[in-house]
Design a protein around this ligand. Structure first.
Ligand code: FEO
Ligand code: CA
Ligand code: CA
Ligand code: CA
Length: 572
């Protein structure tokens, strides 16, 4: 299928065609540059990245983490701090110095744990180029071993107590942080997603509880082997440790000595991002997706109100958690999750087992909720439902049946869609909302039926698996994809993963950027002057076919790139 681009558009850029190149492509008149890459040095004492061995535990602890995902740029006393999640690692890439391409030694595990978590790095623009500020007092690595405080309703609950922490109030580390959020009081929210894949059991006969199974915790991990070096990850020895992961973690980038806080009031599930809205009555509302087939969309409403310039530090510790029910008539409602509505013993238990609580109240199973984005100019919220090959099939362990329903109109949903809803009375704390679909992705060149997609999809802008979404200041929706890049059959003409921009008033969607081979485009934030947009390029060459960004003979490395307009104009 030839790649095509449509010239006519309401946007002030010339949309680009899809492609399958091993580089980043942006429209004419725009440029891109690499700002940070996996393994880049944060301090003078750091060790340069070794393309052959791909580093050691020590070098990784002093460097940018792997697989950057969600990110935000903060300005603190004139310093620009780029904070990003380091979601996971590609085992076949990070250990390329041996045949197994898997962790084999204690140092491999140390390196793996250090490659996860969050990176805080100061960046500075010298002329046109954004550079890392080595040795900035703000530079910081938070890893799978960094001390965390557990706060909110579940703090100190029996289900959170372990042999190392009998108080159930202090845990170690954060990992598999996917999307993110930011608060108007200057903190960063790192969202723990597939935390389950790191736990295993040394005792093969161990049977995980039904509650752990609902979260996908099994006797085998996904190949990380952390339990071989750290008993915390051995569920037969520490069955409560998985209950200490799956939260939204609040981090203060302005204070490198601050302890990150796991905000249990926001519920425990496979968090994608956390979209923070200050409602018109100043309550803080956080919208969140649980990225798993047949799981749910949640809302948190703070008890106290946001006060500009006030002490807002613990607003995310007290409030009410809700889950969404979408009706087929395009109405919807938020269902309260509390002991009264679920029959659970305490709000702590409701939060720790949020998925189970949500099933009890009859929430709507969704097609893998990824990022949620709130319109900056009106009460309208968007959520990317990335895809769902299992809708209508057997549910996940302990999960609900998943009939075709509401904003999930396709069985075997290959392409994904973006749902949006408007709270009643433009009030984010209302019980009721109405919803519609902004776009159903599809492939009109291959399909004529519902798999062709919605009216605003044609041969020029087709894509699959919307994932990262974020609004710019002007109310344009930037859409990033994490889908199939085979460019054949159902995915013919779509090329590599990409970023598009949507006009939510007209429905128009145009392609702005195409990523390199085998990457996902994820994570977006803007410079303070809005003249630079930072974009995440995650896992290029995840199947072995990329040398982005270094070129021939180098290891493929996840990177954060900066995109600017050559005439210096504002981008969103
Ligand atoms: Fe880590 Fe749901 O993507
Ligand atoms: Ca990802
Ligand atoms: Ca994602
Ligand atoms: Ca995804």
């Amino acid at each position: 299928t030839p790649f095509t681009a449509k010239a006519a558009s309401n946007f002030d850029f010339e949309p680009i065609p899809a492609n399958s190149l091993d580089t980043v492509t942006v429209p004419k008149g725009y440029s891109w540059q690499v700002v940070t890459q996996w393994g880049d040095e944060l301090w003078s004492k750091s060790i340069p990245f070794d393309h052959k061995t791909r580093g050691t535990g020590e070098s990784q602890e002093l460097a940018i983490g792997d697989n950057n995902d969600g990110m935000s740029l903060f300005t603190v006393d004139g310093h620009h701090l780029l904070v990003s999640n380091n979601e996971y690692t590609n085992r076949s890439i990070m250990y390329d110095n041996r045949e197994s391409k898997l962790p084999e030694t204690a140092d491999d595990i140390r390196k793996s744990k250090a490659a996860h978590g969050v990176t805080v790095v100061e960046v500075k623009q010298d002329g046109k180029k954004w550079n890392i500020v080595k040795d900035s007092k703000y530079n910081r690595r938070i890893t799978a071993d960094s001390p965390m405080e557990i706060s909110g309703p579940a703090r100190g609950h029996d289900l959170l107590k372990t042999s190392a922490d009998p108080s159930g109030t202090q845990s170690l580390g954060t990992w598999n942080n996917c999307g993110n959020g930011r608060t108007p009081w200057g903190t960063y929210l790192a969202c723990e997603e597939n935390f389950n894949g790191y736990f295993s059991s040394s005792d093969e006969s161990y049977t995980a509880s039904d509650e752990l199974k609902r979260y996908g915790v099994k006797n085998e991990d996904w190949g990380y082997a952390w339990a071989t070096e750290d008993d915390r990850f051995d569920i037969s020895k520490n069955p409560n440790e998985p209950n200490r992961a799956g939260y939204v973690v609040e981090i203060d980038p302005s204070d490198p000595t601050s302890t990150p806080k796991k905000r249990t009031a926001l519920g425990r599930f496979k968090h994608e991002n956390a979209e923070v809205v200050i409602n018109k009555d100043d309550h803080v509302v956080v919208y969140m997706g649980d990225d798993e087939r047949g799981e749910f969309i949640y809302r948190f409403v703070s008890k106290e109100k946001f006060v500009e310039g006030g002490d807002n530090r613990n607003l995310l510790d007290e409030g009410q958690l809700y889950v969404a029910k979408f009706n087929d008539d395009q109405s919807g409602e938020w269902l309260e999750l509390s002991p009264a509505t679920t029959g659970m013993k305490s709000q702590a238990e409701v939060c720790i087992h949020a998925r189970i609580a949500a099933s009890k109240v009859g929430a709507t199973t969704m097609d893998r909720p990824e990022w949620v984005a709130s319109h900056p100019k009106k009460a309208e919220i968007y959520c990317a439902l990335t895809n769902n090959k299992n809708r209508g099939k057997k549910p996940n362990a302990g999960g609900d049946e998943t009939p075709v329903t509401g904003p999930n109109p396709r069985a075997a949903n290959l392409y994904g869609q973006i749902v949006r809803w408007r709270p009643e009375g433009e009030n984010h704390t209302s019980k009721a909302f109405s919803w519609d679909l902004f776009v159903m992705a599809g492939n009109p060149t291959v399909h004529k039926d519902t798999y062709a997609g919605s009216k605003n999809i044609d041969a020029h802008n087709m894509f699959n698996s919307p994932d990262g979404i974020s609004f710019d200041n002007n109310g344009k929706l930037w859409i990033q994809t994490d889908g199939k890049y085979s460019n054949k059959d159902d995915f013919a003409g779509m090329g590599n993963n990409q970023m598009l921009i949507g006009d939510t008033e007209t429905g128009e969607i145009q392609r702005f950027l195409v990523g390199p081979k085998e990457c996902e485009v994820t994570g977006i934030t803007w410079s303070e002057d809005r003249k630079t947009v930072f974009v995440g390029i995650q896992h290029p060459g995840e199947k072995g076919d990329s040398t982005f960004p270094g070129g021939e003979g180098t290891a493929p490395r996840s990177a954060i790139i900066a995109v600017t307009k050559d005439d210096g104009a504002i981008l969103g």
